[in-house]
Design a protein around this ligand. Structure first.
Ligand SMILES: NC(=O)c1ccc[n+]([C@@H]2O[C@H](COP(=O)([O-])OP(=O)(O)OC[C@H]3O[C@@H](n4cnc5c(N)ncnc54)[C@H](OP(=O)(O)O)[C@@H]3O)[C@@H](O)[C@H]2O)c1
Length: 226
C-alpha cells in the first residue's frame, strides 16, 4: 500500500472473505483501494496477530475502517463454554477496538475518516441464547458512540450498522424449518441479502454522508420494531 496512488480512498475491512464483508468488497472494489486481510494475515482471535498487523500497517494511508468480522455461537447461559465466551468477546468487541486504536492515525492527520462497526439487531434487542452476542453488539454500539464524540473534531464519522437476519453462513447454517420460523418473525417476511447491507455501508462511508455520526443504524426488515 505504501506509495500507492491516492486518487482513491483506501478501505480496511475485516471478514471480507465471505457473507456481508464479501458483498461490501464486491460493491466497493471499483471505487476504492481495498485492504482485506485473510485470516492467515490477520487472525482476530489472537491479539499478537492484531498488534503485528497494526505495527506493519500503522503508517499506511487508510481512510476508512470497516470492522465487519463477527461470530455468533448461541448457547444457554449454563452451557456456555469458556472458549465461546473468550472468542466472541475477542472477535466482536476487543479486536475492533484494538484495530481502530492502531489504524486511526492517518485519518486524524488527514482530518477525514469513516469508521463502520458491524453490529446487529441484537445490539438493540435480545433473545435467549444470545447473551454473548448481545453483550458484544450492544458493546460495540457503545464504542461507536464514544468514538464519534472523540473523533468528531477530526471530521471522522463513526457509525454502527445493525443488520437483521441476513442470508450468509451465520444464518444459512440453520435448518430450512428454523429459517422459515425466523422469516415469520421479520415484518418484510424474508432474510436480507448481503448486498442490501453493503449498499447502506457504501452510503455511510461516502462523501455523501456529511452529518451521520454516532448512530446505530438498523437495517432489519422491521425485526426490531415489534
Ligand atoms: N448474517 C446475519 O444475519 C447478521 C446479522 C446481524 C449482524 N451480522 C454481523 O455482520 C458481520 C458479518 O457477518 P456475516 O453474516 O457476513 O458472517 P459470516 O458469513 O459468518 O462471515 C464471517 C466473517 O468473519 C471472519 N472471521 C471469523 N473469525 C475470524 C478470525 N478469527 N479472524 C479473522 N476473520 C474472522 C470470517 O473469515 P473466514 O472466512 O476466514 O472464516 C468471515 O469473513 C458480523 O459482525 C455479524 O455479527 C450478521
Amino acid at each position: 500500500m505504501e506509495g500507492m496512488k491516492k486518487n482513491k480512498k483506501a478501505i480496511f475491512i475485516t471478514g471480507g472473505s465471505r457473507g456481508i464483508g464479501e458483498a461490501i468488497v464486491k460493491l466497493l472494489k471499483k471505487d476504492y483501494i481495498i485492504v482485506a486481510p485473510t485470516r492467515k494475515e490477520l487472525n482476530l482471535l489472537n491479539n499478537q496477530s492484531i498488534e503485528n498487523f497494526v505495527k506493519k500497517n500503522r503508517n499506511k494511508e487508510i481512510d476508512i475502517i470497516i470492522n465487519n468480522a463477527g461470530i455468533n455461537f448461541p448457547q444457554w447461559i449454563e452451557e456456555m463454554t469458556d472458549e465461546n465466551i473468550e472468542s466472541t468477546l475477542q472477535i466482536n468487541l476487543e479486536a475492533p477496538i484494538r484495530l481502530i486504536r492502531g489504524l486511526v492515525g492517518y485519518m486524524k492527520k488527514k482530518k477525514w475518516g469513516r469508521i463502520i462497526n458491524m453490529s446487529s439487531g441484537f445490539g438493540i434487542v435480545a433473545r435467549g441464547k444470545q447473551v454473548l452476542y448481545s453483550a458484544t453488539k450492544h458493546g460495540i454500539n457503545g464504542v461507536t458512540k464514544a468514538l464519534a464524540l472523540e473523533l468528531a473534531q477530526y471530521n471522522i464519522l463513526v457509525n454502527s450498522v445493525c443488520p437483521g437476519f441476513t442470508a450468509t453462513e451465520m444464518v444459512l447454517r440453520n435448518s430450512p424449518e428454523k429459517i422459515k420460523l425466523l422469516e415469520k418473525d421479520i415484518p418484510l417476511g424474508r432474510l436480507s441479502q448481503p448486498k442490501e447491507i453493503a449498499e447502506l455501508v457504501a452510503f455511510l462511508i461516502s462523501d455523501k454522508n456529511t452529518y451521520i455520526t454516532g448512530a446505530t443504524i438498523v437495517i432489519d426488515g422491521g425485526f426490531t420494531s415489534r
